[in-house]
Design a protein around this ligand. Sequence first.
Ligand SMILES: NC(=O)c1ccc[n+]([C@@H]2O[C@H](COP(=O)([O-])OP(=O)(O)OC[C@H]3O[C@@H](n4cnc5c(N)ncnc54)[C@H](O)[C@@H]3O)[C@@H](O)[C@H]2O)c1
Length: 472
Amino acid sequence: MRVSVVGLGYVGLVTAASLAEWGNQVVGIEASEARLSALRDGRMPIFEPGLDEVVQRNRESGRLQFAGPDAMSRAVHRADIVMVAVGTHDGHGGWQTDTISSTLDALVPMLGAGTTLVVRSTLPPEYVASLASYVEARAGENSGPVPTILNPEFMREGSALHDFMQPDRVVIGLVSDETGLGQRALAELYAPSSAPMVVLPALDASVGKLAANLFLATKISFANELAGICDSYGATIDNVVASMTYDKRIGTGFLRPGVGFGGSCLPHQVAMTLLDAQSREVHAPLLAAVKQINEFQPRRVLLALNRMLSGLHDARVALLGLTFKPDTDDLREAPSLRIAQHLLDAGARVVAYDPMPAARSSAVEQVPGLDVAESPMAAMRDAHAVVLATEWSVFRELDWLAAANIVRNPLMVDGRGALDAAAMTEAGWTYHAFGRGTHQPVTRSESVMVNVQNASAAIAHAEGALDGGHTR
Ligand SMILES: NC(=O)c1ccc[n+]([C@@H]2O[C@H](COP(=O)([O-])OP(=O)(O)OC[C@H]3O[C@@H](n4cnc5c(N)ncnc54)[C@H](O)[C@@H]3O)[C@@H](O)[C@H]2O)c1
């Protein structure tokens, strides 16, 4: 099929490359000149495992081309399907629909008769409710009604190619498709995936997409709360979760405690749905708790460090991992940045390392005062304590015995429970991870911090509430 993909970010580029890999003729259209020229020069503007090989292979075969918005008219006019994957996040935790609206303003009048318009961007449900009339009002005179489908994206950064090509389901939200042309086009497009197709009214598809993310966020916050309960009993969360997940009703995945969820999807969609629920006078205490637990997780790291070091002022802390998850260069809403900011506010010096050079330079811009190092060992040299914030495999493979000899104190808060507790102890580390019986539960006085917004005040409060010997 002839497909155009508008917007070549994490979603659009993976979509374009995967569709070309399936044998389609794909033109990817990108507005950012920097992104476009990188792609044309054979450089990937984002990091996604395996993506560079797939892009290169399909460019060489001529199935994948890149173009700027000036070539949009030619690219989309004769396409069978035009997919829109532009951003809908305002960068400050809110929705923004100006980009998709202006993209549709330019794009829809160019569509030829028989072209299906597919929206892959995640949209606020209110916007979806008005999408059919928005497109209809902009359709060109010669195109007739434009078959319009919402096709939400469920990929995970870090395994996006796999998730696109072998999805658990393909959701088709019918915005307007009187003749069924759009639905048939997408059935043909996704035939290589063999995934079940779930065909729904567009509004249900959009709320379903949000609900999937809200549920995943809920599972993570549940695991984070459960970790505190495990710590209070001295139980080990890995064993507790393993015993739970034999029950098929519970399901595996997203039940590991950590420093909180980040990225462009989960925090934003939890916050936005909550805000919408409040404005619609819908009682949503569960979502409020999910958000509150998530926002508290970076502070848990501070509490653990504060206990171990008896105060954070002038402490040198090594922060391992910056991206919101491993195998991506995406720093959006990364909990590491909050941890770094809270530590700096408490008077600590923070030296971070992440395997992604782009993440290191972007983190320095986003968190003034943060230092970065070129290797994990350089970050850890002379550190009073180490925090692992992202579970990159390179950290699992480090020589922790050697690392114990270059830090000032071999104190580790493993915020992702990624390392082997027994091996770390054997290598000389005082090792703390949430829910592994190695991390003390939050005390009643510390729990006040949940409602404390100011990090310095929170730390002062925690310092006042805690006792324990100095370790540095
Ligand atoms: N990142 C994820 O893991 C993920 C997962 C599921 C859904 N989503 C959703 O998919 C959408 C895209 O997310 P993303 O992370 O890829 O965003 P992104 O910001 O990384 O990429 C969007 C791209 O679109 C380009 N663009 C904007 N307007 C354009 C136009 N008129 N013509 C051509 N290019 C244009 C931008 O320059 C940018 O490169 C969002 O709605 C997001 O919520 C993202």
